[in-house]
Design a binder for this molecule. Structure first.
Ligand SMILES: [Zn+2]
Ligand SMILES: [Zn+2]
Length: 779
C-alpha cells in the first residue's frame, strides 16, 4: 500500500456500541420527527401496539425491525412518514401476568387495587419493551407515544360503542358461547385455538326403552351425560334405521331421550350413535337451536359441574369425567375405552380448555357485514398477495356476531348504566371516559320509567375493541378532522399472520362501520419466528431465543440484516445465534471494504474506464432490484441482492480488478482517479441502499466520509448509470474464477505471475485484468 493512502475510517473493527451514540444523536437532531402540519398526505404506519404482558419475543423484535425498514425506506423515497410508537396495555394478558407475579387473585382483590397493580406492572413491562425498541434502532415517534389504556384512547373506544349502539349494531343477548373458566369470561371464536390433546373415548352402554336392547355410544365427555337431550344416528346408517323415533335411557340418570335420524351423526366415529348435550361442542349448539331442545347446563361458570350432574356436582370437569367412568365401570356400563387425540378448543390467553356456556353478553354485528368485508378485502393491496386468503378463509367461517363484553377489570369499561326499576340500559353522551363500576351515574332519570337509581355496568370490552380502531386513533379521528381527512385510510397495516382473524378482521369491520371505508391501503403480513429447527418457540419446550443478549453481542445492524435476509416476506423465519453471527460477517466485510475505500480521495468527476463502466452497470441493476423490493415492502430482496453484490461482484471481482489502478501502479492519473471516483460512487450507493435495513453502520460511515447530514435524511439512489457493460458480467466472473483456480491448482500465490492470455471478449478490461492477476503473455 502506498504510504500516502491512510484510511479515513481509523478503527480497524466496527464497534457496534457506537449504535447507542448514533441513536441518541438522532433523537437530539429530531430527524424522524413527524410534523402533522405538513400539507401532503402522510405515509402512516398502523403499527401493531405490542401487548405489554411479558418479555418481548425475538419474533416480535424482528417484526418491529422490519416495520422500521418500511418507515425508513418510505422516508428515503420522499414520504412524510408517521411511525407511531404505541403500547397495547389492556386486557386479560396483563391480568394473568399480575396474578402470577404479584401472587394475588383478581377476583379476590379490590378492583381499584388490582387496576393499580396492573398499571404498575405495565409501566415496568413497557419500559423494557421501549428499551429494546431503542436498542434495535426503531425510528418511531417516541415523543407522541400512545397507550390503549390512556384516557383519550378509552374515551374514544367508548364513543365508538355509543355510536354503534345508537345505530343498532350492538345488542345484548344470552346465547351459548365459548367460556373460559380460567379467565372467567366469554371469549370470541377468534380467540379460540384448537389443539390435538390426548383424550379417551368411552364406549358407554345406554338402553333402548322400547326394545330393552343395549345401545353403545362413544363419547369423550361422559360427564355431560346428565345434559343429554337427544341421541342421533345418521339417516343413511342402516345399522340403526330401526331405532328412529325410539327412546334411549341415560345410564346413571335413568332419564329418557328421543333417538332421531340426523345428518350430523358421523357413521365412522365411535359407534355412529351420538349423544347431543348442552354443550359439548358447536354441533350441539346448532342442534339445540334447530330442534328447539331445552338446555340443561352441566358446566358452571366456575368450570365445575352443576347440580344437573347429580352426584358429581361441584367437581371439575376432569374430576367428574374420571368419577363417572369409575361408576360406569363398576356398574358394567362401560364397554371399553380407547386412547385418542381429540381436537380440543383452547383459550388462547390462558391455554385452558373452554366450555360452551350461555351467558348474557353484548354483541357487535358482524355476520351481516360478511359480504362487505369480502369486498373490502379485494380493495386492499396485500403483501404478499397470498396472505389475503388467510383473511378470506376467516371471513368465510364467521357464523355468529362478535361477543365484545368481558367479565374482567383491566380494560376499557362498557359505558352503560341500567335502571334499577325497569332494567333499561342507558348510555351516557360520548366525549368523556366513563367507569360505570365506580362513577356517579351521568343521568338523572330513566328515560323509560322516570326512576332515578341506576346500576353501573361492571364488565369491560374485549381488548380488540380498542386495538381495532388504532388506524382511526393515529390518524386523529377523535381530535383533528382536517388531519384525519387527509390521512385516512392510513397507508399500511403491518402485522403477523397469527392475528389476521383478530386484529386485521376486527379493524376492517370496526373502521368500516364507523367510516364506511377500509382503514388502510396496504396490508403487510410477515411470517413468524421459529427456532433453529423450524419449530414454534415455547417456554415449555425450552427453545425460546431471547433477543436482548443477541442484540448486546452482535448489535442491531447484524440482527436486522439477519432478519431481512433470512426469509422472503410472509414466510416463517428461523431464529438462532448462528444465523445472526453469519449476518455479522457481512458487516465485517462491509466495514473492511469501506475502510479500504476511505483511504482514497473523492474526485468529483472522472473519465471512466471499461471496468468502472461495468461495475456501474451492475450498480444500476442493483438499485433497480432493491428499489422494487423496497416499494413492495419486501426487504429480503434488497438484503440478499446487496449481500451478493457486496461480497461477490464488488469485493471479489471489481475491487481486485482496480486495486493496482487505485494505487496508481503503472496507470495514468486519469485512470487512477476513475478508480477512486467509482469506488466511492459504489460505496455511497451501497450505504444508501443499506440504510433502511441497517441504520447504524452506513450512517457512521456516511457521516465520516460523505456528509454532515444524516444518511437517513437522504433519498434512495436512482439507477443513474448506463447499463451498457452488464453484458460482460458472466465473462468477467468466469475468467477471474478460472485464473484463481489455475493458481490454486499450481500452488501459486495470488500475486504470482502466470502465463494466461485475456480472452478477446474481455479486451476492454485487459489492463486491469493483467495487473490484477499478474498475467504474462504466453511465449
Ligand atoms: Zn382463558
Ligand atoms: Zn326505568
Amino acid at each position: 500500500m502506498g504510504a500516502s493512502f491512510v484510511p479515513r475510517l481509523s478503527e480497524k473493527r466496527w464497534d457496534h456500541h457506537v449504535e447507542r451514540t448514533l441513536f441518541e444523536r438522532w433523537q437530539k437532531e429530531g430527524i424522524y420527527e413527524f410534523k402533522s402540519t405538513a400539507r401532503d398526505k402522510p405515509f402512516i404506519i398502523d403499527t401493531p401496539p405490542p401487548t405489554t404482558s411479558g418479555r418481548w419475543h425475538i419474533g416480535a423484535v424482528a417484526a418491529y425491525s422490519q416495520i422500521d425498514m418500511i418507515a425508513r425506506s418510505q422516508r428515503m423515497l420522499g414520504k412524510h412518514v408517521l411511525f407511531p410508537i404505541g403500547f397495547d396495555r389492556n386486557g386479560i394478558n396483563v391480568e394473568i401476568y399480575v396474578e402470577k407475579n404479584s401472587n394475588v387473585k383478581m377476583r379476590d382483590t379490590p378492583r381499584e387495587r388490582f387496576i393499580e397493580l396492573c398499571a404498575e406492572a405495565l409501566d415496568k413491562l413497557e419500559a423494557q419493551i421501549a428499551e429494546i425498541m431503542r436498542s434495535v434502532g426503531l425510528s418511531g415517534d417516541y415523543v407522541h407515544k400512545y397507550r390503549t389504556d390512556e384516557e383519550s384512547y378509552r374515551k374514544f373506544t367508548q364513543a365508538t360503542f355509543i355510536e354503534l349502539w345508537k345505530r343498532g349494531l350492538i345488542y345484548e343477548t344470552t346465547r351459548p358461547n365459548n367460556y373460559c373458566h380460567e379467565c372467567g369470561t366469554t371469549i370470541a371464536d377468534a380467540e379460540v385455538e384448537y389443539e390435538d390433546l390426548p383424550s379417551s373415548l368411552s364406549y358407554v352402554r345406554f338402553k333402548v326403552r322400547e326394545t330393552g336392547e343395549t345401545l353403545v355410544i362413544a363419547t369423550t365427555r361422559p360427564e355431560l351425560i346428565c345434559s343429554c337431550q337427544l341421541v342421533i344416528v345418521n339417516p343413511t346408517d342402516e345399522r340403526y334405521t330401526k331405532l328412529h323415533g325410539l327412546h334411549a335411557i341415560l345410564p346413571i340418570y335413568g332419564r329418557e331421550v328421543q333417538i332421531k335420524a340426523h345428518p350430523s351423526a358421523r357413521p365412522d366415529f365411535g359407534t355412529g350413535v351420538v349423544m347431543i348435550c348442552s354443550y359439548g361442542d358447536y354441533t350441539d349448539v346448532l342442534l339445540f337451536r334447530e330442534l328447539g331442545l331445552t338446555e340443561i347446563l352441566a358446566a358452571g361458570p366456575d368450570g365445575r359441574l352443576t347440580s344437573a350432574a347429580g352426584p358429581y356436582q361441584g367437581l371439575t370437569m376432569k374430576e367428574g369425567r374420571n368419577r363417572i367412568i369409575e361408576d360406569l365401570t363398576a356398574q358394567g356400563l362401560l364397554e371399553k375405552r380407547e386412547n385418542i387425540k381429540h381436537r380440543t378448543p383452547i383459550c388462547s390467553r390462558s391455554n385452558t380448555p373452554i366450555e360452551i356456556i350461555p351467558m348474557k353478553e353484548y354483541y357487535l354485528k358482524q355476520v351481516e357485514f360478511v359480504p362487505k368485508l369480502k369486498q373490502l378485502a379485494t380493495k386492499m393491496t396485500f403483501h404478499p398477495d397470498t396472505s389475503r386468503q388467510i383473511l378470506n378463509d376467516w371471513i368465510n367461517s364467521i357464523s355468529i356476531d362478535w361477543p365484545i363484553s368481558r367479565r374482567r377489570v383491566y380494560s376499557t369499561e362498557i359505558p352503560v348504566w341500567f335502571c334499577k326499576k325497569c332494567g333499561t340500559p342507558l348510555l351516557p353522551p360520548p366525549g368523556k371516559y366513563y367507569q360505570p363500576w365506580k362513577d356517579q351515574p351521568p343521568m338523572a332519570k330513566c328515560k323509560e320509567c322516570g326512576f332515578n337509581e341506576f346500576a353501573g355496568e361492571t364488565r369491560t370490552f374485549d381488548t380488540w375493541m380498542d386495538s381495532s380502531v388504532s388506524a382511526m386513533y393515529i390518524s386523529k379521528y377523535p381530535t383533528n378532522s382536517k388531519f384525519f381527512k387527509r390521512s385516512y385510510p392510513v397507508s399500511i397495516r403491518p402485522q403477523g399472520k397469527d392475528i389476521v382473524r383478530t386484529w386485521l378482521h376486527y379493524s376492517i369491520l370496526r373502521c368500516y362501520q364507523l367510516t364506511k371505508r377500509a382503514p388502510f391501503s396496504h396490508v403487510w403480513i410477515n411470517g413468524l419466528g421459529m427456532d433453529e429447527q423450524g419449530q414454534a418457540m415455547h417456554k415449555s419446550k425450552g427453545n425460546v431465543v431471547e433477543p436482548e443478549p443477541l442484540l448486546e453481542k452482535y448489535g442491531a445492524d447484524a440482527f436486522r440484516f439477519w432478519n431481512a435476509s433470512e426469509a422472503t416476506l410472509g414466510s416463517d423465519f428461523r431464529c438462532s445465534e448462528m444465523r445472526i453471527a453469519g449476518a455479522h460477517k457481512f458487516l465485517t466485510k462491509l466495514w473492511n471494504l469501506s475502510r479500504f475505500i476511505s483511504s482514497f480521495p473523492k474526485p468529483r468527476s472522472a473519465k471512466l474506464q471499461p471496468s468502472d463502466k461495468w461495475i456501474l452497470s451492475e450498480l444500476s441493476l442493483l438499485v433497480e432490484k432493491s428499489s422494487t423490493g423496497y416499494r413492495d415492502f419486501n426487504f429480503f430482496i434488497p438484503a440478499t441482492e446487496l449481500r451478493d453484490f457486496v461480497w461477490e461482484t464488488f469485493a471479489s471481482h471489481y475491487l481486485e480488478m482496480v486495486k493496482p489502478r487505485a494505487y496508481g501502479q503503472g496507470f495514468s492519473t486519469n485512470e487512477q482517479r476513475a478508480a477512486w471516483y467509482t469506488l466511492h460512487t459504489v460505496l455511497k450507493t451501497i450505504l444508501l441502499l443499506l440504510a433502511p435495513i441497517m441504520p447504524f453502520m452506513p450512517e457512521h460511515i456516511w457521516r465520516e466520509l460523505y456528509s454532515k447530514r444524516s444518511i437517513h435524511s437522504e433519498r434512495l439512489p436512482k439507477p443513474a448509470w448506463a447499463k451498457t457493460h452488464k453484458r460482460y458480467t458472466q465473462e468477467i466472473f468466469a475468467f477471474n474464477r478460472e485464473v484463481w483456480k489455475v493458481k490454486k491448482d499450481r500452488n501459486l500465490a495470488l500475486r504470482d505471475q502466470i502465463e494466461i492470455d485475456v480472452p478477446r471478449a474481455l479486451a476492454p478490461f485487459k489492463e486491469d485484468l493483467v495487473k490484477m492477476h499478474a498475467l504474462v503473455p504466453k511465449p
